[in-house]
Design a protein around this ligand. Structure first.
Ligand code: SMO
Length: 691
C-alpha cells in the first residue's frame, strides 16, 4: 500500500480504502460463534454446502501455538474442534454472496453443545496455569530485614478491549494457477501474518503475500495473528474464490482480544526515611481461554512484573508472575500492555506510603527516584538514559498551584483531587531479547530500504506497518533532513510483504527505536553515496530495548451527587528521548492519555458467574468521548538514547501508562479513599465511601 503524500489528504476526506472498502468481488464469510463458555461440540448441521465446521477446517489449516519458558503450549485452532472455551469462539464458518445472506446462513446453522460444568479448559494445563515464572534480584532477605516498615496492598485492573474504530477484517484470494495466496488484513504485523499463514497452510512464505490496507486503529489488538485470518485464508484456497470477513462490533467486543485483567499484590519495604528498600510482587493475570499469538500468556504477567517500581531505586526485587486460563476471550496486547497495571499499582502504593509516612507524595517520589544513568535495576532492566528528577521538577510549580486550588475547593466542600503518575517503560524490544527469553514466535528486527528513483524520487519502504501513527509524514521529514530533498519528492511504501523488506511491523513503540534507526542509517548511506539514480540501500537492525519515561499530573473533581469523576486538568511531561516529529509525538500522547482515562474511569468487560460476557455493545462498554477529555498540556524533556540512531525512544504507550497512575491517584485523593481497583466508577466510589 502506497502511503504517499496524497494518502493523508484522502484520509481526511474520508476516502481512505479500509479493508471493507476494497472492491475485490469477494464472497462474504460469517462465523458461527458459541453461546457457551465451556462445552463439547456434539454436532453441527450446516446449511446446504455453504459452510465448514471446525473439524473440517482443521484439515485445511493448522493451529496457532506458542511455546517458551514457563508456558503451556496449547493449540488454538482456526475454528473450535470438539470443545469451545469461551463465549464467542467460532465453531463454523459460512459464506454467501453478501453479508446479509451469510448472516442468515449462520442463523440457520444448528450446533449441538453439551455444556461442561467444571473441569480444566485444556488437558495440557490441568491446573489452569498457562504461564508461570519467578525471579529475584538483589539481597532480598537483607533488605526486608532492615525495613522500618512494610506496607502490603493488592491492586486490580479491569478487563478491557482496545476498540479500534475499525474492527478486524481480512480478505483472502487464492490464485490456483500460480499457487499463490494474497491476503489483505487489517494488521500491525504483516510479515508475521505471512509467516504464520505459510506454516498453517503449508505454503512457502514466498507464495503468500500480505497487504495492509488503510488501518483504522490497532492499539495492540492488531499486533496478533488471529484464528479468523487462518480460517478465511484456508477457506479462500478451499473454494478457489476470494473471501472476505469484516468483524462487527459485537464480535469485536466478545471475541477479538481482551486485556489488562490483573491482580498485583505488593509488599514494599521502607526505611525510616521513607526510602524504598525492596519490593515483593505477586502478579497474576486472567489471560482467558488461549495463549495469544505471538505474545502468549506471558505477555502481561512478565511486562507488569518487569515494570513495577520502574523509576525507583530498589536494593532488591522479587516477583512471582502467572497467567491463568479462564472461559473468557483470550487476553492480548493493548496499548501499554502490563505497564499500565504496573504504573497503577506502583503509584497507588507510593501515594499510600506517603500518606502513612505523613510525607508529600511528590517529595516521596523525588527521594526514591533513580538518579544515575545508565544503570541496571534490581529487577534486571538496563536503563539507557533519563533524568527522572528533571521530570519531577517540571511538575513542581503546577503541583503547588493545584494544591492551593485544592485547599480552596475543600473549604467549599468539593471533592477535588490531585494525582501524580511517574513511570518508565520499555520500547523497541528486539529479536535477541526475545530469543534470550526463549520466545521464538515474536520477530524483532526492523528494516528500511531507500531507493533513489530515476527521476530523483526517494522511495522509502519499511518493515513497519502504519495503523494511524502517520509514519509517512515522519519518514518524509527525516528524508528531507538527511538528504536535503523536498519532502514532496519522497514516496513511502509500507504494509506489503512483496514490496517491503521483512520486519516486525508495529508494536512496543518500535517505530521510533529500530524502525527509525534502520531508516536513518539507510538514508545516511544514500547521502554518502550521493544520491545516484538507481541506488538502493537496505538496513536491518535488531534493536536493543530502550526506556522512555514520564511524569504526569492530573486534577480530578468528583461531583458529590453522581460521584462521576471528571478530569479537569492534565499535564504530561514526557521523555521519549529526541523528539523526531513533534506533531506525531504529541498526538500519540494525547490519544494515549485519553485511552488511559478510559481504563481508569470507565472501561470494563465483566463476565457473569456462569461465564457470560456482560458487555457486548458500546452501551455496556463505555469509552471516553470527546467532552470527557480535557485539554492535555504536553512538555518534552529529551534524554537522548545512546542506543538509537537519532536518540529517539518511542512514545506510543507513554500517555496511557502515565494516565493509569495519575488519574487513579487523583480520584483517590478527591474522595479520600483507597481506590485500589479499576475502574473508578461511581458505584465503586459509592461503596468505598460507605465502607
Ligand atoms: S499494545 Mo502495542 O501494539 O505494543
Amino acid at each position: 500500500m502506497k502511503a504517499g503524500s496524497d494518502a493523508e489528504e484522502r484520509l481526511v476526506r474520508g476516502q481512505g480504502d479500509f479493508l471493507a472498502d476494497l472492491d475485490l468481488d469477494a464472497l462474504e464469510a460469517c462465523f458461527v460463534r458459541s453461546p457457551y463458555p465451556h462445552a463439547r461440540v456434539q454436532s453441527i448441521s450446516l446449511p446446504g454446502g455453504r459452510g465448514l465446521t471446525g473439524a473440517q477446517l482443521a484439515r485445511l489449516a493448522g493451529p496457532l501455538r506458542v511455546d517458551g519458558p514457563g508456558l503451556k503450549a496449547v493449540p488454538w485452532w482456526p475454528l473450535a474442534v470438539e470443545k469451545v472455551r469461551f463465549v464467542g469462539e467460532a465453531v463454523a464458518v459460512v459464506w454467501a454472496e453478501d453479508r446479509y445472506l451469510a448472516e442468515d446462513l449462520a442463523d440457520e446453522t444448528e450446533v449441538d453443545y453439551e455444556p461442561i460444568p467444571a473441569g480444566p479448559l485444556h488437558e495440557e494445563a490441568p491446573d489452569g496455569v498457562l504461564y508461570e515464572s519467578r525471579r529475584e534480584g538483589g539481597d532480598f532477605e537483607a533488605a526486608f530485614g532492615r525495613a522500618a516498615r512494610v506496607l502490603e496492598r493488592t491492586f486490580k485492573t479491569a478487563r478491557q478491549t482496545p476498540i479500534p474504530l475499525e474492527a478486524r477484517g481480512v480478505v483472502a484470494r487464492w490464485d490456483g494457477a500460480a499457487g499463490r495466496l494474497t491476503v489483505w488484513t487489517s494488521t500491525q504485523v504483516p510479515n508475521l501474518v505471512r509467516t504464520v499463514l505459510a506454516s498453517s497452510l503449508q505454503l512457502a512464505e514466498g507464495d503468500v503475500r500480505v497487504i495492509v490496507p488503510v488501518v483504522g486503529g490497532g492499539f495492540g489488538l492488531k499486533a496478533h495473528v488471529f484464528p479468523e485470518e487462518l480460517a478465511v485464508a484456508a477457506l479462500a484456497r478451499h473454494l478457489g474464490r476470494t473471501v472476505r470477513w469484516v468483524e462487527d462490533r459485537r464480535e469485536n467486543l466478545l471475541a477479538s482480544a481482551h486485556a489488562h485483567e490483573e491482580t498485583v499484590r505488593l509488599r514494599l519495604a521502607l526505611d525510616d526515611q521513607g526510602r524504598f528498600l525492596a519490593v515483593d510482587a505477586e502478579v497474576s493475570c486472567d489471560v482467558g481461554a488461549y495463549s495469544v499469538f505471538p505474545f502468549s500468556a506471558s505477555l502481561e504477567p512478565v511486562t507488569t512484573g518487569q515494570t513495577l517500581f520502574g523509576p525507583y531505586a530498589l536494593e532488591a526485587f522479587r516477583l512471582h508472575a502467572s497467567g491463568l486460563a479462564s472461559s473468557k476471550c483470550p487476553a492480548g496486547a493493548y496499548r501499554g500492555v502490563g505497564m499500565n497495571a504496573a504504573a497503577f499499582a506502583t503509584e497507588r502504593m507510593v501515594d499510600i506510603a506517603a500518606r502513612e509516612l505523613g510525607l508529600d507524595p511528590l517529595e516521596l517520589r523525588r527521594r526514591n527516584a533513580i538518579r544515575e544513568f545508565p544503570t541496571v535495576t534490581a529487577a534486571g532492566r538496563e536503563l539507557d538514559s533519563g533524568d527522572y528528577l528533571g521530570l519531577l521538577g517540571r511538575l513542581d510549580a503546577p503541583y503547588r498551584e493545584l494544591r492551593r486550588q485544592q485547599a480552596e475547593a475543600r473549604r467549599e466542600g468539593r471533592l477535588f483531587g490531585i494525582g501524580v503518575g511517574f513511570f518508565n517503560e520499555h520500547s523497541g524490544t528486539g529479536a535477541s531479547e526475545y530469543q534470550t527469553r526463549g520466545i521464538t514466535t515474536i520477530p524483532g528486527v526492523d528494516s528500511a530500504r531507500v531507493r533513489v528513483g530515476e527521476d530523483g524520487t526517494i522511495e522509502i519502504a519499511t518493515g513497519g506497518a502504519d495503523a494511524g501513527q502517520g509514519h509517512a509524514e515522519t519518514y518524509r521529514l527525516l528524508a528531507a533532513r538527511e538528504l536535503g530533498v523536498a519532502a514532496e519528492k519522497v514516496v513511502v511504501f509500507e504494509g506489503d510483504t512483496d514490496a517491503c523488506p521483512p520486519g516486525s511491523g508495529t508494536f512496543v513503540s518500535r517505530g521510533a527505536v529500530g524502525g527509525l534507526t534502520a531508516l536513518t542509517e539507510a538514508l545516511r548511506e544514500v547521502a554518502e553515496k550521493d544520491l545516484a539514480p538507481g541506488l538502493e540501500v537496505t538496513r536491518v537492525v535488531d534493536p536493543k530495548q530502550v526506556f522512555p519515561s514520564g511524569a504526569h499530573l492530573a486534577a480530578v473533581e468528583v461531583d458529590p451527587l453522581g460521584l462521576n469523576p471528571r478530569v479537569i486538568r492534565y499535564l504530561a511531561v514526557e521523555d521519549c528521548g529526541v523528539v523526531v516529529n513533534e506533531r506525531a509525538a504529541e498526538a500519540q500522547v494525547r490519544g494515549g492519555v485519553a485511552m488511559g482515562m478510559g481504563g481508569v474511569l470507565l472501561e470494563e468487560i465483566r463476565y457473569s458467574e456462569d461465564g457470560q460476557p456482560l458487555a457486548s455493545t458500546l452501551l455496556d462498554y463505555l469509552v471516553p468521548l470527546a467532552p470527557d477529555v480535557p485539554e492535555i498540556e504536553i512538555e518534552h524533556q529529551e534524554s537522548p538514547s545512546p542506543l538509537t540512531a537519532l536518540g529517539s525512544k518511542g512514545v506510543g504507550e507513554a500517555g496511557t501508562i502515565g494516565a493509569f497512575a495519575a488519574v487513579a491517584n487523583a480520584v483517590a485523593d478527591a474522595v479520600q479513599a483507597e481506590l485500589n481497583e479499576l475502574p473508578c466508577s461511581p458505584d465503586r466510589i459509592f461503596h468505598l465511601r460507605r465502607s
